[in-house]
Each structure stands twice: as C-alpha cells, then as structure tokens.
Design a binder for this molecule. Structure first.
Ligand code: SF4
Length: 285
C-alpha cells in the first residue's frame, strides 16, 4: 500500500502555539483551568490533564483569582468582562487571526456597518466573534439563511453591509454565499472581507488534490472539530472511500483493497495522532 500524507496535515500555527504555551505554563503551575477543550484532540487533552490542566465549561465553575487559559477560538466580550470581574489570572491564547477578526468587527460597528458573519452558529469562535458585531448583525451558516439576513438588513434601514467569516469556514461555501449577497445587495455599499484563515484554505485545497489521486482517504481529527469536518466533506465529495477517525484506535475498516491511501488531518490533530494511523496502516497492509 502506498500512503501519501498531506504536507499540511495537522496542527496549525495557532493550535501549536496554544498547546506549547499551555504545556509551558503547567511546568510551573499545576492548577490551571481551560475554558472549553484547549484543542479538539483527546490525546492532547489527556496528556495536558495529566500535567494539571482542568477543563471547565463556564467561568462560574471556578473561584475568583483562579488561573484560566483562553483557547485559540477566543471568547465573547461578556466572558472577558466576567473574567475581569472575577479577577482571574488570564493566559489569553486566542489565535492572533481570531483577534484580528474581532478588531475588524469593532471597526465595522464603529463605522455603522451591518455585519454578516458567515459561520457555524454554535461554534465557540462564532459565539466570541458575534459578541463584537453589535446588534446590527446576523449569522449566515447556509444559503437558506441569506433570505432572513436580507430582511433584517432591509428592516434596519442601513445601507452599509460588511461580510466576514469564521476562520475555519468552507471557502467554497463562503464564495457561494458572497456571490448571492453581491447580487441581492446591488444598491448597498458592500464589503466582502474573507477572514477565513489561510491554514484552513491550504488544508482544504490540499485535501481536494489528494482525494482525487487516491483510492481511499483518511481524515484524522475530532468530530467536534469544525475544520476537520469540512475536510471530511470536501474529501467525501471527491473520493467516496473517505473515513474520519480521531485516532488509530478508531480505524476498524478493512483497507486491504486499497492500493493508494491519502491521509489528511485537521488543524487540531497532533503529529502523534497522524503517526499512529500511518504506523497502523504500514504494519497491517
Ligand atoms: S485555524 Fe487559523 S485561525 Fe484557527 S487557530 Fe489555526 S491559525 Fe488560528
């Protein structure tokens, strides 16, 4: 069996930075909380929790003045305010690319733009970003949300609209949604600001190329990782034999009929998880 591993498979700069820094903080302080999973990766979370990291879902779960990590997705304006009120010692590992979107959103609010955020509605990054967009804003996740967004814009009487995106959103869908908005909002001052992270774009592009070259694709990454799920959908649309697994332990299917297998991994997948899959395939086939 020939195995081709995507050159860009695995951790992006933002995730690598947060995992490295969290490990470093834990060397000197064994009592650190993280608001949500630091990365969508069981193996990494397990190893950090052994060093003392505790995952919480709300700042209300911890005492005032505790140490807390803000992960790469960032948090909402209200959560920052609560952290300040509770006098927490914050290690802010929000990815600079996410922080940049917050700044863009604040700039549009200041200049009276209606903001459309193209994003997965319930994703933590979206919950953070939308809090900086003010009340004149709307989240578009699918093409069918556009109609409601346009009604809201028309009702607001605002003639200026800015479109931004979640960093890990599908580039193809963002382009599709933007094209419809350009057509529907001809009489508006419209800014399309593609804020999709280049780490996402590069992984999506490479997945397309790889999926068209192989008999089967394995996308290594968690089911709750937005960027991993996008890679899976892209790959599946090109290569029917696409599998999504989080670690080698999940690889139960028979690969003996496949001669060429491609491996791609989301931005929150560690090198160890990818190596585990490659080693298993090499040993078995
Ligand atoms: S995908 Fe991009 S924006 Fe998200 S953490 Fe990685 S580098 Fe930052």
């Amino acid at each position: 069996m020939e195995i081709i591993i995507g050159k860009n498979a695995g951790f992006c700069g933002g995730v690598l930075n947060s995992v490295n820094k969290a490990s470093k903080y834990l060397e000197t302080n064994k009592n650190i909380y993280c608001l949500g999973e630091l990365v969508h990766n069981k193996e990494v979370i397990y190893s950090l929790s052994k060093k003392g990291l505790k995952i919480i879902n709300s700042l209300y779960e911890i005492e005032d003045k505790s140490n807390v990590i803000i992960r790469a997705h960032g948090i909402s304006k209200e959560t920052y305010e609560l952290a300040k009120e509770k006098n927490l010692n914050i290690y802010d590992l929000t990815c600079p690319k996410v922080l940049k979107i917050h700044e863009e959103a604040k700039k549009y609010v200041k200049n009276n733009y209606f903001i459309i955020l193209v994003a997965l509605k319930n994703h933590p990054e979206t919950i953070g970003t939308i809090s900086f967009c003010g009340p004149s804003s709307f989240i578009v996740e699918e093409e069918k949300d556009i109609k409601n967004a346009i009604t809201k814009i028309k009702n607001s009487g605002n003639k200026k609209v800015a479109v931004i995106a979640q960093t890990t959103f599908s580039l193809d869908l963002f382009k599709k949604i933007s094209t419809i908005l350009i057509k529907e909002l001809k009489d508006y001052e419209l800014i399309i600001n593609n804020t999709i992270c280049n780490a996402t774009e590069i992984r999506q592009k490479e997945t397309k190329e790889l999926a068209s070259m192989v008999d089967a694709m394995i996308i290594v990454g968690a089911r709750n990782s937005s960027n991993t799920q996008k890679l899976y959908e892209i790959s599946k649309s090109i290569c029917y034999n696409t599998y999504n697994i989080e670690t080698s332990k999940d690889l139960k299917d028979d690969f003996s009929d496949y001669k060429k297998v491609g491996i791609m991994a989301g931005a929150s997948t560690s090198k160890e998880s990818i190596d585990g899959v490659v080693n298993l395939l090499t040993d078995k086939y």
